[in-house]
Design a protein around this ligand. Structure first.
Ligand SMILES: [Zn+2]
Length: 231
């Protein structure tokens, strides 16, 4: 039987396949969702299903309040975090969560990733932020509170300009205008985390990239007069 949500499920399925392909998670770690904002539904990976066994019809479709509208499996245990992000960041239609090694290393060290070079500045114009550590009282509703911690961290930030965060003691969440872009940002973040780790290991006191270079590199890709790449 054909599903009215086939397209969004296929999108989410394809984006989830990118996670192991890019080496961003092993076994069942991580999850990606894709949102159809017009219809107010998202498709997300089911909980505990390995990527190589994942079928399109295994994807779970929910509304933005978390009510399952299609699917026979339980949605990812991180679904509540995805929902908080979709409800609060109006410009996003994809969310990815991984436990990729280097990004998770920085998250576990509870450290933001300093903007050391132009690779980083090509994608975002500031350090990759790290949330505060969750208080004991908030742990009960862990997934919603994880979302709230991200919101707190983005109180004075533009989530479209900084489409990634490290959740302290846990790992990275990334997002974007599509699920493809959310996974792309997850892969970029892992690379930035790795480069920053190497840089800091070679010289723990190395300074951040000067502001002029940060602006130059970010603007040539994302500014209103962007000129990087082909038209
Ligand atoms: Zn996780």
């Amino acid at each position: 039987m054909s599903s009215p949500y086939r397209e969004i499920k296929e999108r989410a399925w394809a984006a989830n396949q990118e996670i192991p392909k890019r080496g961003l998670a092993i076994y069942t770690f991580g999850n990606v969702s894709a949102l159809d904002r017009e219809r107010g539904v998202l498709a997300i990976k089911p909980s505990g299903v390995a990527y190589d066994e994942l079928m399109v019809d295994d994807l779970v479709v929910l509304d933005l309040h978390g009510k399952v509208v299609e699917g026979r499996l339980r949605p990812s245990s991180d679904t509540a975090t995805h929902l908080v992000l979709y409800r609060s960041f109006p410009g996003i239609s994809g969310v990815a969560h991984t436990h990729s090694t280097y990004a998770t290393g920085w998250a576990q060290a509870r450290m933001s990733i300093p903007i050391y070079g132009t690779t980083h500045a090509d994608h975002l114009a500031e350090d990759v932020p790290c949330t505060a550590v969750m208080s004991d009282g908030a742990v009960g509703d862990y997934e919603v509170e994880t979302g709230n911690q991200i919101l707190e961290c983005f109180r004075d930030r533009d989530p479209l300009k900084t489409p990634m965060v490290l959740v302290a003691g846990h790992g990275p969440f990334t997002w974007g205008p599509s699920s493809e872009k959310a996974v792309y940002n997850a892969a970029v973040l892992e690379e930035l985390a790795k480069m920053a780790f190497v840089t800091r290991t070679l010289d723990p006191s190395v300074p951040r990239l000067p502001g002029s270079l940060i602006t130059k590199h970010f603007e040539r890709k994302h500014g209103k007069n962007a000129y990087y790449g082909q038209k």
